[in-house]
Design a protein around this ligand. Structure first.
Ligand SMILES: Nc1ncnc2c1ncn2[C@@H]1O[C@H](COP(=O)(O)OP(=O)(O)OP(=O)(O)O)[C@@H](O)[C@H]1O
Ligand SMILES: [Mg+2]
Length: 426
């Protein structure tokens, strides 16, 4: 347990600095995405019963955050020394009874000591923990506040398919529900894509994960929910599963540029290369449907084990996997239409960046534009969900880009080679 009096001047100065740095990324009061104030952060540091620190967003309004928001939120903890990080987080772990969490998960023993901790979450705190066990072994784990058990089911399916997996479990205690997982060493897919010139080796794993995700109705498969260990891919934030209208959500997410297939948009400047990789993606997707079909019975057994009281998950899966070719023939054109829409939105993203470079003040009167500007920065996404929530943004950007920054109308259309490829493939 630490109290306000224990926090030294360096810690308090650090908090004030990060609060100040966050301010330009916050929004007007009525928008629903506020900055932090120092008191909130100090309460988080000193209240052992408060597990994490969340971005201050109104839920249900569809407000998106950017990598910059997440990074500064994490910075409150991660910018401190390991000594302070452990001093702040250890009381929280003790309050939730972390020893019981580890004891109930069979990949670990009794904990002896917390060696280091970092917040690796996006919107909320998710902790990377480095611990020593009583038997002298050291381990790295990820602890989240989470009651949904879909990740555990997903990992069991990965085992059935012989794909890379990591051990994970959800433990329910008086203090809440906690998901404890092995730490997968690697960057998340977004960080990986941004920092590597080629992602050719990833086309097959991307297509495999997309095919599996579609068969089990898995949502929220955006690039920050995959981690890249070596040259493989694992989903680490599995929640939505067997979602009845999952295909509609998948198309919306692809239109917004954030799903597995969207990783290929980086080849848009070379239509020939894009065509090659799209071909590889869909070949792997089809092969994967075949592989999932071969393991259908084992997956159905997993569904029965994890969802014993519901008939819907198995009927959802069977409705799709029983006729893989029909599924593919029906979905592929819809998915490709969404993919081209993502490339079209990418043009609007480029235009918005240019407009802001020319006149940063323009965002002051347009909080939704500011939201997308910040949310899409350092990510492949472009205007996720804008089609239903803010369709007027597209004409607004087009109009301003033409009148204020001298853009030609043609700028907002796909390049002629891409138009041609689109016609060939549709
Ligand atoms: N088991 C793991 N191994 C390695 N990295 C992980 C693991 N779990 C999560 N991460 C990293 O932490 C990040 C955040 O985790 P996660 O996606 O589960 O939470 P979140 O997105 O912050 O939660 P929310 O969706 O509630 O905002 C991931 O993008 C990933 O980089
Ligand atoms: Mg996530």
């Amino acid at each position: 347990m630490i109290s306000y009096k224990d926090l030294d001047e360096d810690v308090l100065n650090h908090v004030n600095r990060v609060v100040r740095d966050f301010r330009p990324l916050a929004f007007p009061r009525d928008f629903g995405f506020d900055g932090f104030d120092s008191q909130d952060v100090i309460r988080y540091f000193t209240d052992a019963s408060q597990f994490g620190l969340s971005l201050r967003r109104d839920t249900g309004k569809g407000i998106l955050y950017g990598c910059g928001h997440a990074s500064l939120r994490r910075q409150f903890l991660n910018g401190l020394s390991a000594h302070w990080r452990c001093r702040i987080v250890l009381p929280k772990l003790q309050a939730l009874d972390w020893c019981s969490v580890f004891a109930r998960v069979d990949f670990s023993g009794d904990i002896s000591e917390l060696v280091d901790v970092r917040d690796i979450g996006m919107g909320n705190s998710v902790y990377w923990l480095k611990v020593i066990f009583k038997n002298g072994k050291m381990g790295e784990f990820v602890l989240k506040e989470k009651s949904i058990r879909s990740q555990v089911f997903y990992v069991d399916v990965l085992k059935v398919l012989g794909w890379r997996y990591f051990e994970t479990a959800v433990v329910s205690l008086k203090s809440g529900d906690w998901e404890l997982s092995q730490y997968v060493l690697g960057q998340n897919l977004n960080a990986y894509i941004s920092s590597h010139v080629t992602i050719a080796n990833w086309i097959v794993p991307l297509a495999q994960r997309a095919a599996l995700g579609d068969m089990i109705g898995m949502g929220d498969r955006h690039v920050e929910n995959y981690v890249c260990p070596g040259d493989d891919l694992v989903a680490v934030d599995v929640s939505y599963m067997f979602w009845p209208d999952n295909e509609d959500w998948t198309l919306r997410y692809i239109s917004g540029g954030v799903y597995e297939l969207n990783a290929l948009s980086r080849f848009q400047l070379d239509a020939h290369l894009l065509e090659t990789y799209l071909g590889e993606f869909w070949r792997s997707y089809e092969l994967t449907l075949g592989r999932i079909y071969e393991h259908k019975d084992a997956i159905l057994r997993m569904i029965a084990k994890h969802f014993p009281d519901a008939a819907m998950p198995s009927s959802f899966f069977e409705a799709r996997i029983n006729d893989p070719s029909a599924y593919l023939n029906q979905m592929k054109p819809r998915v490709m239409t969404a993919f081209w829409e993502a490339l079209r939105r990418h043009r609007y993203k480029l235009a918005l960046v240019q407009l802001v470079n020319d006149d940063p003040e323009m965002l002051v009167d347009h909080p939704w534009l500011k939201m997308y500007y910040l949310a899409d920065r350092d990510r492949p996404s472009a205007f996720l969900h804008a089609e239903s929530r803010m369709p007027e943004l597209f004409p607004l950007i087009q109009e301003r880009a033409r009148t204020k920054s001298g853009f030609e109308l043609g700028f907002f259309e796909l390049a002629p080679q891409l138009e041609q490829l689109k016609r060939t493939l549709l």
